[in-house]
Design a protein around this ligand. Structure first.
Ligand SMILES: *Cc1c(COP(=O)(O)O)cnc(C)c1O
Length: 434
């Protein structure tokens, strides 16, 4: 037993060795830094893939915990005891009614609306970032957030006993704010948009020596998103899908799903396959979709104005890399307006029983748009990534859904209401038919 632990410690220590600039390949020690001193490119963790190929098997992964930590050898942490709050291994749902509605044969939903502990994909990146923060000796952790990241950082910091101060735009949905405050962090509600929050946080990171999960810890944080790729591959029976659709904010999650698939191919866990990558943005904040449409390889920053606040980043840090992934995989990047986003939320709820937030509504609406435009083939095995939970963004659908029938506690009152509801149903059908 002791030997097994030591062996796996050695293995982990050997699998990631440095940070490397994505632009000029300059290498750095594994510290809390995120930009290259020479060219200002983003830094990324370097792994020893031949060591991984020798030591990791499908069986060794399956013998691991039922969380993202079953893929620990592919994550940038040295610890044998990472912070494990049950993050990851969320359901991959084969859709039936949604697939039929859209005219697809093999459509899956990767459902991170039920991720642990805070019901969004951000629990993945934060579990990794805070484990690394602890290893690097940070006692206070922080983030610049569009909402979900603040929820995750506050919750997992509470679990790990780390001090926490988070920054959010002041106009976030009530559920996102409450879902942060409950864990007892300091919350700074900044009067400005996310890009202004982010700029402020970069200054704070320089002066306060805190671990900002998505700033100075970003190279470690972003690796957590690779698990969205690994899990889908494993859950499809160690195969890659043909096409994925995912939302884009900074573009990080999108590019890291790609990296996850590439790594599994590289170490021989799945067969090589060309997977198409399509990205989803809200029209009111679609700098990456605009660049894609116009054939540009640079991003023009925009001022966000959309109901999809969790993905409203006007100046996306990984935008150019997301563009590159979509283009080289023969995918697309599309945007949809707020009304289509709400329809997307309702469509997923009414066909599959999954209540997603605005980011998920964006993904479903873009999925529909791509199918209608013939850009997704009905036969392709397609995975749509649902990244957050609808109970956190209730404002978005208020007034766009039905209302309960208020009745007296009497049978005849119920019968009258039932009749009314059936009439309403008939009227709705008539409207559909007209
Ligand atoms: C943060 C977030 C995203 C996108 O994340 P990036 O990695 O910045 O592109 C998508 N969906 C939800 C719900 C989010 O909170």
């Amino acid at each position: 037993m002791t030997q097994a632990i030591q062996a796996s410690t050695t293995q982990t220590a050997a699998t990631f060795s440095a940070l490397r600039c994505k632009e000029c390949s300059a290498e750095y020690e594994l510290k809390a830094i995120h930009v290259c001193e020479f060219c200002f490119g983003p830094l990324e963790v370097v792994y020893d893939y031949s060591a991984l190929r020798r030591t990791v098997t499908r069986e060794s992964i399956q013998a691991g915990p039922n969380s993202i930590w079953r893929y620990r050898s592919f994550l940038p942490v040295a610890s044998d005891r990472p912070i494990d709050v049950g993050t990851g291994m969320t359901p991959l749902v084969k859709t039936n009614r949604l697939a039929r509605r859209l005219g697809l044969k093999n459509l899956y939903i990767k459902n991170d609306a039920v991720n642990m502990p805070t019901l969004s994909f951000k629990d993945r990146v934060v579990s990794v970032a805070l484990t690394r923060a602890r290893e690097l000796g940070f006692t206070t952790v922080s983030c610049a957030s569009t909402g979900n990241l603040a929820n995750s950082t506050a919750a997992i910091a509470a679990h790990a006993g780390l001090d926490c101060c988070v920054f959010i735009p002041a106009d976030l949905e009530a559920g996102k704010v409450l879902g942060t405050l409950i864990y007892g962090p300091t919350v700074m509600a900044v009067q400005g948009n996310y890009d202004q929050v982010n700029r402020l946080c970069s200054e704070v990171a320089n002066t306060h020596g805190w671990g900002f999960v998505n700033i100075n810890l970003r190279p470690y944080y972003s690796e957590g998103s690779k698990t969205l790729g690994y899990e889908v591959a494993e859950q499809l029976g160690w195969q890659l899908p043909d096409h994925i659709v995912a939302p884009l904010a900074s573009g990080s999650l999108f590019t890291k799903i790609y990296k996850g698939f590439q790594e599994f191919i590289k170490v021989g866990l799945v067969d090589d396959k060309a997977v198409r990558f399509s990205g989803a943005q809200a029209e009111g904040c679609s700098p990456i979709a605009q660049a894609f449409r116009e054939g540009r390889d640079f991003i023009n920053p925009v001022k966000p104005n959309t109901v999809a606040k969790s993905i409203a980043i006007g100046n996306p840090a990984d935008g150019v890399y997301a563009l590159d992934v979509a283009r080289k995989t023969n995918g697309n990047i599309e945007s949809v307006n707020d009304a289509e986003i709400i329809d997307g939320i309702k469509l997923l709820a009414e066909t599959e029983g999954i209540f997603t937030e605005t980011a998920g509504g964006t993904t479903i609406a873009v999925l529909k748009k791509l199918v209608e435009a013939g850009k997704i083939d009905p036969d392709e095995t397609t995975v749509a990534y649902i990244t957050g939970n609808g109970l956190k963004t209730q404002e978005a659908v208020q007034g766009c859904i039905g209302e309960p029938f208020t009745i007296e506690p009497k049978l005849d009152s119920f019968e009258r209401a039932l009749e009314r509801s059936q009439t309403l149903d008939r009227l709705e059908w008539q409207q559909v038919l007209v």
